[in-house]
Design a protein around this ligand. Sequence first.
Ligand code: ATP
Ligand code: MG
Length: 256
Amino acid sequence: MMKSTSAAVPEDSRAAREPEPREARKPEPIVRVKGLKKTYWSARGALDIFEGLDLEIAAGEMVAVAGRSGAGKSTLLHILGALDAPSSGTVYCASTNVAALSPREAAAFRNREIGYVWQFHYLLPEFTAQENVAMPLLARGVRKAEALAVAADWLRQVDLEERAAHRPGELSGGEQQRVALARALVNNPRLLLADEPTGDLDDITASRVFDQIERLHASHKLTSILVTHNLDLAARCTRALRLEGGRLTPLAAAGK
Ligand SMILES: Nc1ncnc2c1ncn2[C@@H]1O[C@H](COP(=O)(O)OP(=O)(O)OP(=O)(O)O)[C@@H](O)[C@H]1O
Ligand SMILES: [Mg+2]
């Protein structure tokens, strides 16, 4: 005769269904870099930028990266955003092994997951602010009317709806950067990578642009990595790191 299926669950199989301890359920970090090496080759030989860099960033963090010129800050963002390839090591960004992407996959990954903002806005001068913000949507095949409507909403989010019809040359430096921020986020990426986004602005304007970054970071549940030389702005991030000698250390411990 068959045993009743309603019999008590054996002790060890019940234990197997207990919730796992908190540590085991910790979510995967959205950025996981292990043993990253990057070497540039030129006529003068090898230039080692990173010699075993490690970095983990949890979803929702806003991380500042400071460091002297030439330390490799831009190189690090380029590698995380699949614009440049590591020489060795593992680089997982937004659940993607970025080193393993083909050029076509890297482009799709960037469109889907990464919003980039650079020190200079790189807006297209012959198009309006609204058209510039709509550009990544048009590139994805979104209809023009819809793309422009979404772009208008993003301009509202950076308090620039009244500047929608202005061309970049008719905007202030801070406004140009806010348009660039809207354009970076219009495809709803999970990560915002910003390379000295306020580096070309005076302190007050820089702080206003940073306010906007903070607000969008929170409202869109972004994970943000911001390269900045401005230690006041770095202090407003959830974590601040210094890149030096190919390694990352906490900024405070590095003795700012
Ligand atoms: N494509 C390349 N080929 C060779 N060397 C490069 C290349 N790109 C960058 N480098 C070198 O790598 C080093 C790191 O450059 P990177 O642009 O990452 O520095 P950074 O920390 O962003 O500096 P900055 O604060 O001036 O922007 C520099 O010494 C630079 O000259
Ligand atoms: Mg740089």
